[in-house]
Design a protein around this ligand. Structure first.
Ligand SMILES: [Zn+2]
Ligand SMILES: [Zn+2]
Length: 249
């Protein structure tokens, strides 16, 4: 038997509410790959503070291309290049993920880092493909599920096979069929809760409560939190602080 461990590098939404950095976490299954979910702007410093080293990451998972989920990439990539690694680094994201990250490096005038990293390291990109019942990126087996967030971006949630568990992750989403699919297939579900008030692009407290009632089985954890969300509003749901480490045996 083996479960999954989640280490929170940040639990806040785009607005970075007080005492919360941008949503990002490390997921590890015993004997399985170590996965960084969302290279948020504060992923690298908080990864260090949590005692993790980039060379132990096997895969980086990106739900969509908003900056609170991705703008830590240049800093992570330089650290990954400097520390070096023997094994491939897998990057999983929406279609176009390799080009999007390269464009970010170009805008940042850091193409030397981009080119050096891709010359010296084995970086492999895998695009989310909802038509596949299962995808593999090295040791990481996963399924991508489309969710509805904003009309201008293709956004994904994921089912990650870690340990002997299925870890669901919503990415950013409003209530939608894809989110229900994730909730129905997860042993542990990390989902966003952006605030107390209803939103056209995010989950809010009532929508999380409704999902909790409709899917009583998965352990539910909220992240991507707004300043107004409080733990008492969400019975039966775990609301971690930054740097919390949660074990699901
Ligand atoms: Zn976001
Ligand atoms: Zn977003």
């Amino acid at each position: 038997m083996s479960g999954v461990t989640l280490t929170w590098l940040g639990t806040g939404n785009f607005l970075v509410p007080p005492a919360r950095y941008w949503n990002s976490f490390i997921a590890e299954g015993v004997g399985g790959p170590t996965v960084l979910v969302e290279p948020s702007p504060t992923a690298l410093p908080n990864l260090r503070r949590a005692g993790h080293a980039v060379e132990h990451l096997d895969a980086i998972v990106i739900s969509h291309f908003h900056p609170d989920h991705t703008f830590g990439w240049p800093f992570l990539l330089l650290e990954i290049l400097q520390r070096g690694r023997r094994s491939p680094l897998h990057v999983i994201g929406p279609p176009g993920v390799a080009g999007f990250l390269e464009e970010m490096m170009r805008f940042g005038s850091t193409m030397d880092i981009h080119e050096g990293a891709h010359r010296k390291l084995d970086i492999r990109y895998t695009e989310a493909d909802e038509s596949q019942p299962s995808q593999a990126a090295g040791e990481l087996v996963f399924r991508a599920v489309k969710v509805e967030h904003v009309p201008e971006l293709e956004c994904y949630g994921y089912l990650l096979e870690l340990g002997d568990m299925t870890l669901g992750y919503s990415g950013d989403t409003k209530p939608c069929q894809g989110l229900d699919e994730l909730a129905g297939a997860s042993d542990v579900l990390v989902l966003e809760c952006n605030g107390v008030h209803e939103s056209h692009s995010h989950m809010h407290v009532d929508a999380v409560r409704s999902l909790r009632q409709r899917y009583p089985n998965p352990k539910m954890i909220v992240s991507h939190l707004g300043a107004d969300v409080e733990a008492e509003m969400l019975p039966g749901v775990v609301m971690p602080d930054d740097f919390a480490k949660l074990d699901f045996p």
